[in-house]
Design a protein around this ligand. Sequence first.
Ligand code: GLU
Length: 306
Amino acid sequence: MPDATTPPGAGRYAPSPSGDLHLGNLRTALLAWVLARRTGRAFRLRVEDLDRVKEGSEQRQLEDLAALGLDWDGAVVRQSERGSAYAQAIAALQAQGRVFECYCTRREILEAPSAPHAPPGAYPGTCRDLGAAAREQGRTRMHELRREPALRLRTDVASWQVQDLWAGEVTGTVDDLVLRRGDGVVAYNLAVVVDDAAAGVDQVVRANDLLSSAPRQAHLAHLLGLAEPGYAHVPLAVNAEGARLAKRDGAVTLRDRRERGEAAEEVVERIGHSLGVVGCRSAHDLLERWDPATLPRHPWTVELPH
Ligand code: GLU
């Protein structure tokens, strides 16, 4: 628990409104809420609606989270309304000389020879150190393609370290990541960092497919003079074949379960069971009875009756 002199920070859940949340998403949301409330933190809800938005999805997601017993502090934040905060952050990095324009297409990046140990698809540094004439050419080309140049971070570290509640100290690659895409949309990695800091979030709980992004996000926070949050990445939910759970796996959303006669309490019970607690009927039960130290470290295989 935080002591009385330090104001507690916040946890958060940050869904993308691209469809209904499935059981894996709901489990992550419950865990984020429990971990925040356990530690006296506020809990924030942020809708990551910069792209892939499905009409009506936000409302349905919020209703589903509330049906499980989750509550949140303050107004829901939408990324689509935070453009000026992102622009300010990019300007701050520009003022440090850390931003460059990139004229590469996705295909050019994939096809470029990359450094021997770079992960496939890693940015090969093509536009990092171009001279004025080459930049002019690049801009003309972008103009012809009716695109903006992407903006990338000029990175001066190869890796960064973060602290994860379960994974411990994690070191990951930091590359010349995109800050703003060629279509003008702010990159997820930047938006997340700016939004978490603005909301006082110091505990980031989310699925562990994002663990490898945490070091570059924490490094961005560092460059922007923002506090680096602690992380807690939770295992993904998978189907019987071990593939990431998806809508096509059947009745995997709260609404699907309800249509099959399962109450929200039973869905919480199912999720609690996956965490080793029997008979939890609400988020509050889980808050009281689940011990974070016992989080299973392997993916949750979701087996559902039809
Ligand atoms: N919006 C992302 C998702 O739904 C989560 C991003 C985050 O938690 O940092 O997968």
